[in-house]
Design a binder for this molecule. Structure first.
Ligand SMILES: [Zn+2]
Length: 288
């Protein structure tokens, strides 16, 4: 066997060490990169006005404050970091139930075409859910707000008119929007708690998380998004939900904002299976 010269041997050793270093750097880099959104989690930047899709994936506060709290905030609760969930910066907004219970959430309503259908199906399966209602819709359909509460569901504030850019506006404007929405809800159900706020489009910012908490609402994101607002059909909606749900999941669905018959029909496929595997229940209504 041909013996290597000392120079060749040390060159070989250096090469091996370099390969090992590069390999571990790659592994560390991978672990720092958030996972790609799982199948079924859409990140489309375009879509109808009422849809809870990501619009702005910003690592910096659009209000110029920045997530690191470069602007002063009296509320230490929001995460100073964007805290990415499925590719969306949530600033600490809640994205699971915190227990093994699974929560269905219905956004953008109430809508006289679909909300009564959703309520009827939930009643049939003895399931309660969380309704993230839009202020102007609540104002137009107080009877539906009362029907939601009468069936034991939990209410969530979803802004006055689904302003996806609300998080980048002034704190005063954010606060006024959320208060106006809660007032419209309370006009229908004076004593019902509104314990959650969901930012339209999931376009969370540090400011909107902080203001919703200051107003006594828990900012609520989601875990599973079947993109039902795109009307992919009941089968697709149901399969994405049924394969994506794990204990503690918060499922994003829509009972308004467009043609939601696919969502309504999907519930007939989702609920028998889901209720056989999980405890499906509204998020705790809270005490606010
Ligand atoms: Zn929405």
């Amino acid at each position: 066997m041909k013996r290597l010269s000392p120079a060749a041997r040390s060159l070989g050793t250096v090469t091996l060490v370099l390969i090992a270093l590069l390999g571990s750097a790659y592994a560390i880099g991978r672990s720092l990169v958030p996972d790609r959104p799982p199948a079924g989690v859409t990140t489309a930047a375009t879509g109808p006005h009422y849809a809870d899709q990501e619009r702005a994936r910003s690592t910096d506060g659009p209000d110029g404050r920045g997530p690191a709290g470069t602007g002063q905030s009296p509320d230490p609760e929001p995460s100073p970091e964007p805290t990415v969930v499925n590719g969306i910066a949530t600033y600490g907004a809640r994205s699971t139930t915190g227990t093994s219970t699974v929560a269905l959430t219905f956004d953008d309503g109430p809508d006289p075409r679909y909300t009564p259908q959703v309520l009827a199906i939930l009643r049939e399966f003895h399931v309660t859910a969380t309704f993230c209602v839009v202020g102007e819709m609540a104002s137009a359909h107080p009877d539906l707000i009362r029907a939601i509460v009468a069936d034991g569901h939990t209410l969530c504030n979803h802004s006055w008119n689904h302003d996806v850019a609300l998080g980048s506006r002034s704190r005063e404007r954010i606060q006024a929007d959320l208060l106006r929405t809660s007032e419209a809800i309370r006009a229908a159900v004076p004593d019902a708690p509104i314990a959650y706020y969901r930012q339209p489009g999931g376009a969370w910012t540090y400011a909107v998380v902080a203001v919703s908490r200051e107003l006594g609402m828990t900012p609520l994101h989601w875990t599973v998004d079947p993109a039902d607002w795109r009307a992919p059909g009941a089968g697709r909606i149901a399969s994405t939900v049924l394969t994506g749900v794990e204990p503690g999941a918060v499922v994003l669905l829509h009972d308004a904002g467009g043609d939601r018959q696919g969502t309504v029909d999907a519930l007939y496929r989702i609920l028998p299976d889901l209720t056989s595997r999980f405890h499906v229940e509204a998020l705790p209504p809270g005490t606010t």
